[in-house]
Design a protein around this ligand. Structure first.
Ligand code: 0L1
Ligand code: MG
Length: 263
């Protein structure tokens, strides 16, 4: 018989980091720890990131998750969330995604902001949020839940740093002043065949709304989005599984394209 875990914030962070390192998915922590509410889950997430920093990584930005109806409906969760991006998740364009480092990765296209100014809530609106943006980019995020079959509650996935695994930011930088991001169109392709399409409106009506939401949500925990940081605004379409040899592409109407190949 395996021993029951004595759950606390530190233990939960260690369990999730071990699952990531060993590529070993597990059941939801909330099945075993009823005390994992949303506030506690964000403290687990913070502890998990602190442990990554202690291991040599640096914070490079913020991501929003579950911002589109498509994602929320599939996951059965109706609330967006925020998570922290470290340089350990960053993948350079043209560097293959190594599947032997991951459990069951999926890929989703995202609109990405690079910040010009610090953005701190509460009270941030889409207009003030957009005014703090330096440039807008095409992006692909690889998510890889540490839970079996991506089955979790909102606190479980928040604790797991929102399934963060890898992300790629396209090299084309566009000024936010020259775009209507709600109308920005994106085609998601697998080996050149389009499998899904969306516009920026899929992300909370406008990606700047998602950015404002992130700043206001972070403020509840005394945090802000810093100048120079990257913000992934959330999957525009549902995420697709990626298999060895496949190339996933996100092609945008104005932001250019970004591709990821799995080995
Ligand atoms: O980036 C995301 O939208 C991930 C949120 C977590 C849910 C998932 O694993 O799909
Ligand atoms: Mg995402």
């Amino acid at each position: 018989m395996t021993e029951a875990t004595n759950w606390d914030i530190d233990t939960a962070a260690d369990v999730l980091l071990a699952a990531e390192a060993r590529r070993q998915d597990r059941g939801p922590i909330t099945d075993e720890w009823a005390g994992l509410d949303l506030g506690t889950a964000y403290r687990v997430q913070r502890r998990l990131v602190e442990k990554k920093i202690a291991a040599g990584e640096s914070i490079v930005g913020v991501k929003l998750g579950l911002t589109s109806r498509a994602k929320q409906e599939r996951m059965g969760i109706d609330s967006p969330l925020t998570a922290v991006l470290t340089d350990g998740y960053a993948l350079e364009a043209d560097v293959p995604l190594q599947l032997d480092q991951l459990i069951h990765p999926r890929v989703e296209p995202e609109i990405v902001f690079v910040m010009r100014k610090r953005l701190e809530g509460p009270g941030v609106t889409a207009a003030t949020a957009l005014n703090a943006v330096e440039s807008v980019h095409a992006g692909l995020e690889v998510i890889d839940s540490r839970y079996i079959d991506f089955k979790f509650t909102l606190p479980d996935v928040v604790a797991d740093n929102a399934s963060s695994a890898r992300f790629v930011v396209g090299g084309k930088a566009v000024s936010p002043k020259n775009l209507d991001l709600a109308l920005e169109a994106c085609a998601l392709s697998v080996n050149g065949a389009v499998v899904d399409t969306a516009t920026g409106a899929a992300v909370q009506g406008h990606p700047a709304e998602a950015l404002a939401m992130a700043a206001n949500d972070l403020a509840r925990r005394g945090e802000a989005i810093e100048a120079g940081q990257v913000v992934l605004t959330g999957g525009l379409t549902d995420a697709v599984f990626i298999h060895a040899g496949e190339q996933i592409g996100a092609e945008f109407s104005n932001l250019g394209s970004v591709f990821l190949t799995a080995t």
